[in-house]
Structures are given as structure tokens and as C-alpha cells.
Design a protein around this ligand. Structure first.
Ligand SMILES: NC(=O)c1ccc[n+]([C@@H]2O[C@H](COP(=O)([O-])OP(=O)(O)OC[C@H]3O[C@@H](n4cnc5c(N)ncnc54)[C@H](OP(=O)(O)O)[C@@H]3O)[C@@H](O)[C@H]2O)c1
Length: 275
């Protein structure tokens, strides 16, 4: 896709990896972007600053009419979309005993169900505009589960399993399906303060620039799977080769240190403090 015009939908473009991806794609010649998130003011400001033709749709992706509204917008304002970046996501930290099924449900709703619903809506267009790409932003938490983030891990394990099958199903139709698996990336939503605050764990946290480059490689250069940073692939391998060792490490201090608060947590704390 490197030498072809790109018309991309990026979800979760109002901050973090989604915003970084918009900046990265805008540097590619012949690119048009459709930004999606709930915070319209952020999308409007970003669209003004990007050096490519950019429009936006303010939408909560968990709402039933969101995929249809985004498709209608794309059909009205742009040539056929040939890249869908499913990036929007959230996490609410809680043990299962505390958060219960409701925490799993709301996490699956945005990290898994919303991705499938949007992909289903855009798939006919992506097939027509092939060669085209879908990039799903999963997580290394979709390979290794930690205490307090089992709901988040469940949603990302599901996303990875579904993406792997979809990759094989859509390859004959010219639709490339790629996965990006970030480790800890410092963003508004996933601040990783507990890790960046200590010298011993600071190295574990990467940045939006590297994550956006991984999305670019997957979307435009056709990579099937990309960890960010790359050494996080070793964690996934270790989980398969030495599962008891990984369990031992995570059940000790390391698992707790890595259970950092998330954007959804932060947003809720802010909302509560504003009440
Ligand atoms: N940062 C990390 O350490 C890390 C690690 C592994 C995986 N990831 C994954 O990377 C993706 C991006 O996360 P990030 O780190 O960039 O976090 P972020 O800065 O919090 O960005 C999340 C984005 O998703 C959007 N979003 C959330 N709920 C939405 C909804 N219901 N409808 C529409 N948009 C929604 C948010 O926009 P609005 O609030 O404006 O709607 C925001 O733009 C997520 O899928 C996350 O799971 C992140």
C-alpha cells in the first residue's frame, strides 16, 4: 500500500496511539483521514493541524448506530476507505471479585464487540478497495494476564484470536489483517506512572512514536504482527515455553508493579473529583 493513496478510518484518534497514528499517516503522501472518538473538540483541533485532508466523526463506538454513521460519513466525504485502524480501547482495573461480570462486559463492549461491529460495516468497502488493510490494536496483555486486569486481558485475547482467523479468511480477498501488540506505552489513557516513577522499571515503558511506527508498518508495509517495543515478543514466547515461571513472576511483586492505572480509571477519578 506504500505507493497507493490511503483513505483511513482511525478510531480513538483523540489521544495516545490513535492520535500518533494520525500524525504518522499524515506524513505519507496522498493520505486522507477520518478520525473517530467521543471528544469532538480534540478531533477538530487535530484535523486542523494535520497536513492532509482530514474529517472526523464524534461517536461513542459502543452505541448501536455508530458504525452506520461512520460509514455514511465516509461515503459522503471521501473515496472508498482502504484502511481501518481499530485502536479505540479502554481498561478499568479491578479484580473479578470486585468488578464482577459488569466490568468484563463493559471492557468487551469497547475492546472487542465495537471492533467487530465496525469491521463488519466496513468489510464490503475494504474488499472493494483491495488491496486494503485492517489493523487491530491488541496488547501484550492479550498474551499474558496480570492480577487486576483479567477483564482487559480477556478482551485482548479475544481480539487476537478473532484477528488471527480473520487474517486467513480475508487474505484471498486482498484485505490484509494485521495486529499491533503494545506493551506499556505512556499515554493519557495508560499513564504507567508506577513504572516510570522507578528507575528499575522505567525501561519497560515505550512511547506513542514507536507505537505509531508499528501501526504504519502493519497497515502500509503489510506486517502481520508487531510487538511494541519488539522485545515484548519474548514475554509471549516465555508464556508458552515456561508458563509456571511467568505465573511465579506475575504472582509476586512484578505483577502488582505492572498493574498500573488506566485512562478509564483516570477519567473516572477525574469525574468523581469534579462532582
Ligand atoms: N498505552 C498502553 O500502554 C497500551 C498497551 C497495550 C494496548 N493499548 C491499546 O492501545 C489502544 C489505544 O490506547 P491509548 O494508550 O492510546 O489510550 P488513550 O490515550 O486512552 O486512547 C484511547 C482512545 O480510545 C477512545 N475511546 C475510548 N472509548 C471510546 C468509545 N466508547 N467510543 C469511541 N472512542 C473511544 C478515546 O477517545 P474519547 O475518550 O475521546 O472517546 C481515545 O481516543 C487501546 O486499544 C489500548 O487497549 C495501549
Amino acid at each position: 500500500m506504500e505507493n497507493r493513496p490511503t483513505v483511513a478510518v482511525i478510531t480513538g484518534a483523540s489521544s495516545g496511539i490513535g492520535e500518533g497514528t494520525a500524525w504518522r499517516l499524515a506524513r505519507k503522501p496522498d493520505t486522507r483521514l477520518i478520525l473517530v472518538a467521543r471528544r469532538e473538540d480534540r478531533l477538530r483541533e487535530l484535523a486542523k493541524r494535520l497536513a492532509c485532508e482530514t474529517t472526523w466523526v464524534a461517536a461513542d463506538l459502543t452505541e448501536p448506530d455508530a458504525p452506520g454513521r461512520i460509514l455514511a460519513h465516509a461515503q459522503e466525504h471521501h473515496p472508498p476507505v482502504n484502511l481501518l485502524v481499530n485502536n479505540a480501547g479502554a481498561a478499568w482495573r479491578a479484580t473479578f471479585a470486585d468488578g464482577g461480570y459488569e466490568n468484563v462486559r463493559r471492557t468487551m463492549e469497547i475492546n472487542f464487540d465495537a471492533v467487530l461491529r465496525l469491521t463488519e460495516t466496513f468489510l464490503p468497502m475494504l474488499r472493494e478497495s483491495a488491496p486494503s488493510s485492517i489493523v487491530n490494536i491488541a496488547s501484550t496483555a492479550g498474551r499474558v494476564s496480570r492480577p487486576g486486569s483479567a477483564a482487559y486481558s480477556a478482551s485482548k485475547y479475544a481480539l487476537i484470536g478473532w484477528s488471527d482467523g480473520l487474517h486467513l479468511e480475508e487474505a484471498p480477498n486482498g484485505v490484509h489483517v494485521g495486529l499491533v501488540l503494545p506493551g506499556f506505552i505512556k499515554t493519557e489513557g495508560f499513564p504507567a506512572d508506577e513504572l516510570t516513577g522507578k528507575l528499575a522499571t522505567r525501561w519497560m515503558v515505550s512511547d506513542v512514536f514507536k507505537a505509531s511506527e508499528a501501526v504504519y508498518e502493519t497497515a502500509i508495509l503489510g506486517k502481520a504482527e508487531r510487538y511494541v517495543p519488539r522485545p515484548y515478543a519474548l514475554i509471549a514466547m516465555l508464556k508458552i515455553l515456561a508458563p509456571s515461571l511467568v505465573r511465579k513472576i506475575l504472582s509476586g511483586g512484578a505483577g502488582k508493579a505492572m498493574t498500573t492505572s488506566t485512562g478509564a480509571d483516570a477519567a473516572e477519578k477525574k469525574a468523581k473529583s469534579e462532582v
